[in-house]
Write a protein that binds this ligand. Structure first.
Ligand code: E4P
Length: 238
């Protein structure tokens, strides 16, 4: 399963990309607004940090303008994935951009029927929003199961299921059990995945026992590049 980061915060992306576990990034207009960054600059910088697909969303609502915006975004870097909404115009734009050879992520998917349309339109990724479905009392995971089943029945579909609107670690685990291709994770969810109290407790005991031996594996301490596995990102600790 691939992990994308669902954020436009460069510090978070740099910090977590250093783990080697980040396969891509997704942004949306709300995340760009939250970052306070210029959209084009932010996408360019994210693409310099992460080699995998970086989703950048169009904001036009008619197909021709979405295509023009999508081509502009795709010119930023080869790994830009143009994000279009799941509307009739969005899917028209999806087909045209896919025919150009641009990667397309169809976003704001809330039903299996919509996911079927996106696959037929040649999307590289479909983004079902599990958290927002759960928020209204529906079952986000049931939608992931349906889409995975439908796509598996048609091997000619190359669209990857990108689980979006992830709220907690269980969304990731349940998606993995269902065989979803990708989950896009808020940074705090990826950080949370490292954590288990028995890991912390076990490590403390091993280190205490090792200290008693008085031994060292290396005679000199190496220069360290600490990968922060804490719940709080490095920039907030600084
Ligand atoms: C990612 O592609 C989506 O835009 C994002 O996961 C939406 O998440 P939210 O429902 O928490 O805003």
């Amino acid at each position: 399963m691939k992990f994308f980061l669902d954020t436009a915060e460069l510090d978070e992306i740099r910090d977590l990309a250093a783990t080697g576990l980040v396969d891509g990034v997704t942004t949306n207009p709300s995340l760009i607004a939250k970052s306070g960054r210029d959209f084009i600059d932010a996408v360019r910088e994210i693409c310099e940090v992460v080699d995998g697909p970086v989703s950048a969303e169009v904001t036009a609502t008619d197909a021709d303008s979405m295509i023009a915006e999508g081509r502009h975004l795709a010119a930023i870097a080869p790994n830009v994935t143009v994000k279009v909404p799941l509307t009739p115009d969005g899917l028209k734009a999806c087909r045209r951009l896919a025919d150009d050879g641009t990667m397309v992520n169809v976003t704001l998917c809330f039903s299996a029927a919509q996911a079927l349309l996106a696959a037929k339109a040649g999307a590289n990724f479909i983004s079902p929003f599990v958290g927002r479905l759960d928020d209204i009392g529906a079952d986000g995971m049931e939608l992931i199961a349906d889409i995975v089943d439908i796509y598996a029945a048609y091997p000619q579909f190359e669209t990857e299921v990108l689980v979006a609107s992830v709220r907690h670690v269980n969304h990731v685990i349940e998606s993995a059990k269902l065989g979803a291709d990708v989950a896009t994770l808020p940074p705090q969810v990826l950080r949370q995945m490292f954590k288990h109290p028995l890991t912390d407790k076990g490590l403390a005991a091993f280190l205490a026992d090792w200290e008693k031996t008085g031994q060292r594996i290396l005679s000199e301490a190496p220069a360290t590049h600490s990968l922060s596995h804490d719940a709080e990102p490095a920039r907030r600790r600084a």
